[in-house]
Design a protein around this ligand. Structure first.
Ligand code: ADP
Ligand code: MG
Length: 277
């Protein structure tokens, strides 16, 4: 097994992925190179079909690339067999999905204990670890609730507790707020920020500019390639930096600047429905 050669958590070089469907070939990734350092908070955005999920599956060791190299903490994943790859995944990576993916009948405690069971942790130790993880996401008083007895936001917190209970270095989230209302989504993003400040590396796939605005780096995918990769100051309100918005006519910006001298006119305008329509 290769030893870590750099501080990169993830090191991807010229990755391609071709899906074969009968005679047809879909080139989902066409040569992606990317490194993510431990402790980063990255958003991946882009139109539907641009390759975001394929890239996520590669980063998460859920699927293998057609060509290129991929290292997780210095370990080259292509050289690993199935078992070694799933061990690496279980140890290093936690997953959060849009639809929570909880077991319908299990208590919060059981959901969070499950990955520890697969990792061979003793029942006593796993109870303790699961309690800690649930407390960390603010559900210390809901450990015996089942999904139907929890709100959507609480269910996503259970899923996050399950993803971090093994103390992975990297959390991968695919549209984590997509099934939640704005306020609840906001709470989940605040929780992500807490986890990030405690050292967790975060990669979030999203089509929501408000979610992307909270990250420190935004990678935009197009047609299986990275179109743009920019560092940014994370912000709380929506900053439409990564979506196509109709440009606000200069005259309206000037008028708004006069009317709201202390505000940021473009943002004010873009949140006022119909003003620019
Ligand atoms: P995104 O997540 O950005 O919407 P995907 O990574 O899911 O994009 O898809 C990229 C391209 O690969 C699309 O053209 C999609 O249809 C195709 N694709 C994704 N998964 C498969 C698959 N399992 N089999 C065949 N084609 C796929
Ligand atoms: Mg997708």
């Amino acid at each position: 097994m290769t030893q870590p050669t750099s501080s990169s958590f993830i090191e991807i070089v010229d990755l391609t992925k071709v899906y074969k469907m009968g005679e047809m070939e879909v080139h989902a990734l066409r040569g992606v190179s990317l490194s993510i350092q431990a402790g980063e908070y990255v958003a991946i955005v882009g139109a539907s079909g641009s390759g975001k999920s394929t890239l996520m599956n590669m980063i998460g060791l859920l699927d293998r690339p057609t060509s290129g190299t991929y290292r997780v903490r210095g370990t080259e994943s292509q050289k690993l067999g199935k078992k070694a790859m799933s061990d690496l995944r279980n140890r290093e990576i936690g997953f959060v999905f849009q639809r929570f993916n909880l077991l319908a009948r299990a208590t919060a405690m059981r959901q969070v204990e499950l990955p520890l069971f697969y990792a061979g942790v003793s029942s006593r130790k796993s109870k303790q670890m699961a309690t800690e993880a649930l407390t960390k996401v603010g559900l210390g008083d809901r450990t015996h609730h089942r999904p139907e007895e929890l709100s959507g936001g609480q269910q996503q917190r259970v899923a996050i507790a399950r993803a971090i209970v093994n103390q992975p270095g990297l959390l991968l989230a695919d549209e984590p707020t997509g099934a939640l209302d704005t306020h609840t989504g906001e709470e989940i993003l605040t929780l992500f920020e807490e986890l990030h400040s405690q050292g967790l590396t975060l990669v979030v796939v999203t089509h929501d500019p408000e979610v992307a605005a909270r990250a420190h780096r935004v990678i935009t995918m197009r047609d299986g390639l990275i179109l743009e990769d920019v560092a940014q100051l994370p912000s709380r309100p929506a900053v439409p930096a990564v979506v196509d918005v109709a440009p606000v006519p200069e005259a309206i910006v000037e008028a708004a600047t006069e009317a709201f001298p202390t505000a940021q006119p473009r943002i004010v305008l873009e949140t006022l429905d119909g003003v620019t329509a």
